[in-house]
Ligand binder design. Structure first.
Ligand code: GLU
Length: 425
């Protein structure tokens, strides 16, 4: 955790903006961080132990909010960085949440479903004192899905000895999940892209997109963008990449991966985007180099770094993942006049619908998919409009505009409680 440092860009935002030093002091390090070990009894009787974290970066605007990821590369610095982005994301979208994140350093695909269940329950038991509907509300992230969130909600309710559906979001519908939560990140990203191209006077039909990552965010984004008239010319997942300059219909490919999971009652897919006939397979890294209008990054952090930034041709990069472009690569691309739409805006649809789920779980209400989608749209359009207007007003890149708006939102809350000008006076 100690090797996390706030991005240099945030320092620049603080230097330029008029937010008080109190906000800068608060946002420099996480407010609360827990490192635990999760013991797991394997099916063969042996005991494994996995390092795990829950970090609440800032809770000025409300309880912590953010996903839990299961991945071999999870470490304290990564979880802290992700919790920092959640803080900015929730503030930018004006949600009543602070930012948090959790993770277990594990390859869940090497575990049986029952082992994953024990691990998920073990995680909740280990962080139970920190989380809860009014403290910090976990959600899905990389390799965590509704079924896992259902186990986590159930475990939290057992520990609390009361029904606590609002303790987790991204649950299955049958356990109080929200309509349209599964598609929310992809849908939100599409809304931001549509707003952006409309401002440039372009039409979806004229735009080609390559999508790196075909999970919940990238897969749904590709399908919805295809349905909205954009041309998807390449997609990749963790196993393969395919390309067709005439256009790929991602809907049957995504449906096939989903069906595989459902039919096999599996937590993770074993198939890949290249399993269908008739598509040209390319190297995964080559997808990033394609001469397309939009490169949608929906896989992991640091997909584009100084090592491969020279190969990027797409003039517009949209971040569906958190932090897929390293800070150095971002500077290079900005200098070369590429536009980067940042994750804190583009992928905020997921946490926005998590907020709607939390509201429903607390009140017992049920909103239909149309209502959820309409509310998601108006909130995403509002946030995108504010970011784009700030870019024009201050002649700054989208990331800087988004960070400024988020920090100012937090600063207004800090100031309302009395900041140093009040106490010094
Ligand atoms: N893991 C998602 C994100 O990074 C969703 C978080 C949430 O729904 O709380 O935004």
């Amino acid at each position: 955790m100690s090797d996390f440092e706030i991005p240099a860009l945030l320092d620049r935002v603080f230097d330029r903006s008029e937010v008080s030093g109190d906000t800068r002091a608060l946002l420099t390090t996480p407010i609360r961080a827990l490192r635990v070990t999760i013991p797991l009894r394997r099916d063969d009787g042996t005991l494994d132990a996995y390092p795990a974290w829950r970090v609440q970066y800032d809770t000025t605007l409300g309880p912590g909010k953010g996903g839990v990821r299961f991945h071999p590369a999870v470490c304290g610095a990564e979880v802290t960085g992700l919790s920092f982005w959640m803080t900015l994301k929730c503030a930018l979208l004006d949600l009543p949440f602070g930012g948090a994140k959790g993770g277990i350093q594990v390859d869940p695909k090497a575990l049986s479903p029952l082992e994953v269940e024990r691990l998920a329950r073990g995680y909740v038991a280990a962080v139970a004192d920190l989380i809860g509907p009014d403290r910090d509300i976990p959600a899905p992230d990389v390799n965590t899905n509704p079924r896992i969130m259902g186990w986590m909600a159930d475990e939290y309710s057992k520990i609390a000895r009361s029904h606590q559906p609002a303790a987790m979001t991204g649950k299955p519908y049958e356990l109080g999940g929200c309509e349209a939560r599964m598609t929310a990140t992809g849908r939100g990203a599409l809304i931001v892209l549509q707003e952006w191209i409309a401002r440039q006077g372009k039409r979806p039909e004229d735009i080609t997109i390559a999508v790196q990552g075909f999970g919940s965010a990238g897969g749904n984004f590709a399908c919805l963008a295809h349905e909205a008239g954009f041309r998807i010319v390449a997609v990749s997942d963790s196993k393969a990449a395919i390309r067709d300059p005439e256009g790929i219909d991602p809907v049957p490919i995504f449906a096939c991966k989903q069906a595989e999971k459902e039919e096999g009652d599996m937590l993770y897919c074993s198939s890949s985007v290249a399993d269908q006939d008739g598509q040209e397979e390319i190297a995964q890294d080559d997808l990033l180099k394609l001469d397309v209008d939009v490169l949608a990054l929906a896989a992991m952090e640091d997909a584009v770094t100084k090592a491969n930034v020279g190969d990027i041709k797409a003039p517009l990069i949209v971040e569906l993942a958190n932090g897929p472009v390293s800070a150095e690569a971002d500077e290079t691309l900005t200098r070369r006049d590429h536009t980067l739409l940042p994750g804190v805006l583009v992928n905020a649809g997921g946490v926005t619908v998590s907020y709607y789920e939390w509201m429903q779980s607390r009140s017992g209400a049920h909103w239909d998919a149309e209502t959820v989608e309409a509310r998601l749209k108006s909130r995403m359009v509002d946030a995108a409009t504010r970011v784009f207007e700030r870019m024009d007003e201050e002649d700054v890149p989208a990331r800087e505009a988004a960070y400024s708006l988020a920090v100012e939102r937090i600063a207004r809350a800090v100031k309302s409680r009395g900041d140093r000008s009040y106490f010094a006076g």
